[in-house]
Design a protein. Structure first.
Ligand code: CP3
Length: 347
C-alpha cells in the first residue's frame, strides 16, 4: 500500500523532504487519557500488549490525537526475553520484574533463540494496525538492543547502576557473549517478522548504552547492533543509544540509516562526528514542562541547529507520564509550522 505521508521513510533514507517529520519516543501510552481508559479496561499491561485489537487501538491514538508523522507499534522491548523463555511481570508503579533472572552459563539452558511464532501477537498487531492506518503514516517497528535486553535479564528488573549486569560482563565475558548472541539472533528474527507484517521502518533502543565504558560498549554492545543492522536491509533502520555520546564516530560506521541523539549530544558536534547519518532527536523531554511559549522557543532552537534536512524531529528520550498533552501538541505543531515558514522564506 502506498503511503500518503511518507516523510519519515524518505527522511530516513536521506532524501530531501518538504518538511521535517516528527514523532515522539513513547508516544503510545503514558500521556494520553484515551490510553489510560483502554489500559484500565484491559486487566493489565501485558494483556494490552498481547491483544492485537487493543495494541492496534493505542498505537493509532497518537496519530489521531496528536498528528504525528508516524505510528510506533504498542509493545515492549521485554517481549524478547519472554519469548526466549524468561517471563516478566509489569508491576504497577514499579516497572518490569523478572522472577527468575539469569546469572550464569547454567541458566542459558533455560533459554532458546526466540522464533517469530512466539511473538505472533506483535506481528498480528502490526498487520491490524497497518490495515487500520490505511496508508496514512508509516508504522515503526522496534526492539531493544541486545545489551539493554541482557541488562534486564541479568538484573531481573530496572536498576540505578546496572552493577550486576556489568559485573557479569567483567567476570563472565564468554557467557556474556553467548547470551548477547542469542538475544541478537532472536531480535533479527523478530524484526524481520515485524517487517514482513508491515513495519515500514525499525528502531533499536539501546536505553542503557550510557552505563557502559567506551571499551565495554565497543565489545559488548556495538557488535550486536551491527549484526542486527547488517541483517535488516528491507527497510530503513534507526539506532538510538542513550548516553553513548562517546561512540558517535563508531555509530557513523554502523550500517544503519538514522542515529537517534539524546539531549546530551550536541547537535553541531554530532553532525561532524556522524556526517553519513540522518539524525533524530533531541529535545530534552523535560523542556515540555515549560510554558507553551517555552516549548515553542526550545523546539525552534533545536530545529535551527539541525537545519531542515537529514533530520527527524523527536525528543532526546521518551515522554514522561506527567507531561501535558497540550505541550506535546505544541512541540509537534511547532515542527510542522516551522518547516512551512522555512519554505515560504526560501520561496
Ligand atoms: O514508544 C511507544 O509509545 C511504543 C510503546 C513502547 C513501550 N515501551 C510501552 C510501554 C516502547 C517503544 C517501549 C520501549 C521500552 N520499554 C524501552 C526502551 C525505550 C526507553 O524508554 O528507553 C524500555 C527501557 C522499556 C522497559 C519498560 N517498559 C519499563 C522500564 C517500563 C516501566 C516504566 C514505564 O512506564 O516506562 C515499561 C512499561 C511500559 N512500556 C509502559 C508503556 C506504555 C507503561 C505501562 C503502563 O501502561 O502501566
Amino acid at each position: 500500500m502506498q503511503l500518503q505521508n511518507d516523510l519519515l521513510v524518505r527522511a530516513a533514507q536521506g532524501k530531501e523532504t518538504e518538511r521535517t517529520p516528527v514523532w515522539l519516543m513513547r508516544q503510545a501510552g503514558r500521556i494520553l487519557p484515551e490510553y489510560r481508559k483502554v489500559r484500565e479496561a484491559a486487566r493489565d499491561f501485558k494483556t494490552l500488549v498481547k491483544t492485537p485489537e487493543l495494541a492496534a487501538e493505542v498505537t493509532l491514538q497518537p496519530v489521531d490525537i496528536l498528528g504525528v508523522d508516524a505510528a510506533i507499534i504498542f509493545s515492549d522491548i521485554l517481549v524478547i526475553p519472554e519469548a526466549m523463555g524468561l517471563n516478566y511481570e509489569m508491576e504497577e508503579n514499579k516497572g518490569p520484574v523478572f522472577p527468575n533472572r539469569i546469572s550464569s552459563a547454567a541458566d542459558i539452558k533455560r533459554l532458546h533463540v526466540a522464533s517469530p511464532d512466539e511473538l505472533r501477537y506483535v506481528t498480528d498487531a502490526i498487520s491490524l494496525t497497518k490495515h487500520e492506518l490505511n496508508g496514512r503514516v508509516p508504522l515503526i517497528g522496534f526492539a531493544g538492543a541486545p545489551w539493554t535486553i541482557f541488562s534486564y535479564m541479568i538484573e531481573g528488573g530496572g536498576s540505578k547502576t546496572f552493577s550486576r549486569a556489568k559485573k557479569v560482563l567483567y567476570t563472565q565475558p564468554v557467557f556474556s557473549h553467548q547470551l548477547l548472541e542469542m538475544i541478537a539472533q532472536s531480535t533479527i528474527h523478530y524484526l524481520k517478522a515485524q517487517i514482513h507484517a508491515g513495519a515500514d521502518i525499525v528502531q533499536v533502543f539501546d536505553s542503557w548504552a550510557g552505563i557502559l565504558s567506551p571499551a565495554q560498549y565497543r565489545e559488548f554492545s556495538l557488535p550486536y547492533i551491527r549484526k542486527i543492522c547488517d541483517a535488516i536491509q528491507e527497510v530503513p533502520t534507526i539506532v538510538f543509544a542513550k548516553g553513548a555520546f562517546f561512540a558517535r564516530p563508531e555509530m557513523n560506521m554502523l550500517p544503519c540509516n538514522v542515529v537517534g541523539l539524546d539531549w546530551n549530544m550536541g547537535i553541531a558536534e554530532s553532525r561532524i562526528q556522524m556526517p553519513d547519518k540522518v539524525l533524530q532527536g533531541n529535545l530534552d523531554p523535560c523542556a515540555l514542562y515549560g510554558s507553551l511559549d517555552d516549548v515553542k522557543r526550545e523546539t525552534k532552537r533545536m530545529l535551527d541547529e539541525f537545519g531542515s534536512q537529514k533530520h527527524i524531529a523527536n525528543l532526546g528520550h521518551g515522554l514522561y507520564p506527567d507531561i501535558e498533552v497540550d505541550k506535546v501538541r505544541c512541540f509537534i505543531d511547532t515542527v510542522k509550522e516551522y518547516s512551512v515558514s522555512m519554505r515560504l522564506k526560501a520561496g
